[in-house]
Ligand binder design. Structure first.
Ligand SMILES: Nc1nc2c(ncn2[C@@H]2O[C@H](COP(=O)(O)OP(=O)(O)OP(=O)(O)O)[C@@H](O)[C@H]2O)c(=O)[nH]1
Ligand SMILES: [Mg+2]
Length: 366
């Protein structure tokens, strides 16, 4: 059996709709020791085109739960832009009672003024509140080699004795991190396929590190509360930030509504004139209107001015459902995968998000 080095799927030449497909003619042309990529990886890497392949959650989970029987170090990568949506409260189901560390990735996305110590403190509390007690917590950016020092020290100290698995929810940057580590240790560039779409890696990918031990990339665990599951690759591009967030502050009176593209809506119902700070991708369109006109505005402009979702997808896009939220001063409301807003005084707001997308309240992290 040959494994695709990009996504981990087993290479097969019979079914172009399934994972690991490579035409027999293409496979025949490969040298014996060449890295082999499946057709799906080839298209993703060269044309940024995603071919959906059927994968069942059960198969993924079964593969991951094999980790519980190993004596390994587990690095649970989470996404700092979507902590609540990328944490895995049921982690012990996959890793048993093994020690693990939590690394919060994409730290580069937080505004430059962000205090790392404050974020770490908040992370620790949030993880504990969710029953997760890692032996260490760190922040890093998989795409910034200089931020990986603490992690590489840990890897070097551990890999002599055991394998290291990088596990986490889809899209948190596990494969990007492994590619960066391979490069750090002098290997080839960008071996593993990465993309902004969840579900890129399909099976475990073992990168031999010492004679006996490996660093292992794993397929991401799917949490349907992440917004990315409802968007195409192109749409994800406008909501998944690629640069540090530039917070945007709005002074609002009660009776005003903010739209975050066509993806969320926040009505300011009750309270004094107040300021709200939004932390969303710089490419996400923010529109302010009157609450009384908001329903009509959404109906008229969804897929147009309020996009994503794009016009062709707006019909199938999950309906926005409202939730009344009372906030204390300096709290955040986070929308899984879209960002968050901070209020500076106590307020009552109604937050509308697509049905199924996660919403959480926390003390302001910035
Ligand atoms: N800004 C920023 N983006 C990152 C970072 N690390 C990864 N990304 C982006 O996050 C997206 C997902 O990266 P992947 O490495 O494919 O994520 P994954 O966890 O392997 O995803 P699955 O294979 O689907 O489980 C890509 O668009 C990456 O470019 C980071 O440190 N900062
Ligand atoms: Mg991956």
């Amino acid at each position: 059996m040959i494994q695709c080095v990009g996504c981990g799927a087993m290479i097969q030449t019979t079914d172009s709709e399934q994972a690991g497909y490579l035409p027999a003619s293409a496979l025949a042309k490969k040298e014996a020791d060449a890295d082999i990529y499946c057709q799906r990886c080839f298209r993703l890497r060269h044309y940024n085109e995603l071919q959906d392949v059927p994968i069942s959650d059960d198969v993924f989970l079964e593969k991951l739960s094999q980790i519980a029987d190993q004596d390994a170090l587990i690095i649970n990568l989470i996404d700092i832009f979507d902590v609540e949506g990328s944490m895995i409260p049921s982690l012990s189901r996959f890793i048993g009672n093994q020690a693990f560390i939590v690394a919060a990735n994409k730290f580069d996305l937080l505004p430059k003024v962000t205090r790392e110590d404050k974020v770490l403190q908040w992370l620790k509390k949030t993880l504990h509140d969710n029953g997760l007690f890692p032996t260490d917590i760190m922040v890093l950016s998989a795409n910034k080699p200089q931020s990986l020092m603490k992690l590489t020290e840990l890897i070097e100290a551990t890999i002599q004795f055991k394998d290291i698995y990088i596990v986490g929810t889809t899209n948190v940057g596990k494969s990007t991190l492994i590619n960066q580590l391979i490069r750090h240790y002098g290997g080839q560039k960008e071996i593993i396929t990465t993309s902004n779409h969840p579900g890129t890696t399909l099976d475990m990918i073992r990168i031999p590190f010492t004679d006996q031990h490996s660093l292992i990339d794993t397929p991401g665990i799917i949490r349907p509360s992440q917004l990315a599951h409802y968007l195409s690759m192109k749409e994800i591009k406008t909501v998944l930030p690629s640069k540090p967030l530039k917070p945007k502050t709005y002074q609002l009176n009660a009776g005003q509504t903010i739209f975050l593209a066509g993806l969320a809506r926040i009505d300011y119902v009750k309270g004094e004139r107040n300021s709200f700070t939004y932390y969303v991708s710089n490419d996400c369109y923010i529109h302010r209107t009157k609450f009384a006109e908001a329903d009509e505005f959404y109906r008229k402009h969804l897929g147009g001015l309020l996009s994503p979702p794009s016009a062709e997808r707006s019909e199938d896009f999950p309906k926005l459902v409202p939730q009344t939220i009372k906030l204390k001063a300096n709290q955040d409301v986070a929308i899984s995968g879209l960002g968050w807003l901070t209020t500076h005084q106590a307020v009552e707001i109604v937050v509308w998000v697509p049905k199924g997308v996660g919403l959480s309240i926390r003390d302001a992290i910035i």
